[in-house]
Design a protein around this ligand. Structure first.
Ligand code: ADP
Ligand code: ADP
Length: 219
């Protein structure tokens, strides 16, 4: 797959196959194309060459409407700075993800509450993002990402803004999710995060894959 932005080649012939249930960490220096890769997989942007196939769907060939559906139904994303909506409660942030796919509000809230229970943040459901700790915000963001039972959970530096304790909690959560079968793609600079949560490390430089390693599970 290739991606050019004008004169800039962000992805220069990347070929990568990720199996269902795998947890893959993508690492490499700033500017090497990691975010671009996530954006292609998430259907936020289209490759300029080659194809991205997720569950048999050629993402780059979907119509705008098809892409919007694909993003909401197939993909969950979490980010370094959480990207929660400040003027919605934690629960409403999460419920909104299902309402956007057409779920009735009551059903969305019920599913959101289940996830708050599972992720250990039920007591924070009515709080607004501003009063939540970083770790709590990221757990809310994980709940939001899981609302529509995505085929793929994409994480871009998910512990980058967290202190080490909160970071460990989020790592535990990602590990647990992968152990129950969630496919995970993790972009990070953090070697510890990669080794803790991923079974395979893909090294990137200058828009290319420069190495792949199997990671041994660590504790
Ligand atoms: P990383 O996530 O590894 O830091 P990026 O994927 O953000 O790398 O960027 C890869 C290259 O593509 C960089 O040179 C970056 O400036 C460029 N790039 C990324 N997105 C865009 C864009 N929307 N428009 C123009 N150039 C971009
Ligand atoms: P990260 O810190 O994850 O590597 P970046 O700061 O490189 O992310 O990029 C953040 C977002 O901005 C990405 O979605 C990327 O596609 C976009 N971007 C990066 N470089 C450029 C650029 N030169 N012009 C426009 N958008 C860019």
């Amino acid at each position: 797959m290739r991606k050019e932005y004008g004169e800039t080649t962000a992805l220069d012939g990347v070929s990568l196959e990720i199996r269902a249930g795998e947890a893959v960490a993508v690492m490499g220096p700033s500017g090497c194309g990691k975010s671009t890769l996530l954006n292609m997989i998430a259907g936020l942007d289209r490759p300029t060459g080659g194809t991205v196939t997720v569950h048999g769907e050629n993402v780059g060939e979907l119509s705008e409407k098809g892409l919007a559906l694909y993003r909401r139904r197939r993909i969950g994303m979490i980010f370094q700075f959480f990207n929660l909506i400040d003027d919605l409660s934690a629960l409403d942030n999460v419920a909104l993800a299902a309402q956007l796919t057409g779920s009735p509000a009551r059903q969305a809230r019920r599913r959101a509450l289940e996830l708050f229970d599972e992720l250990g943040i039920a007591d924070r459901r009515n709080a607004y993002p501003a009063v939540l700790s970083g770790g709590e915000r990221q757990r809310v963001a994980v709940a939001r990402a899981l609302m529509n039972r995505p085929a793929l959970l994409l994480a871009d530096e998910p512990t980058g803004a967290l202190d080490s304790r909160a970071g460990e909690q989020v790592m535990d959560l990602l590990l647990d999710l992968n152990q129950i079968g969630q496919t995970l793609i993790l972009v990070t600079h953090d070697d510890h995060l990669a080794r803790r949560c991923a079974g395979r490390l893909v090294e990137f430089a200058d828009g290319r894959v420069t190495g792949e390693h199997t990671l041994e599970p660590s504790v």
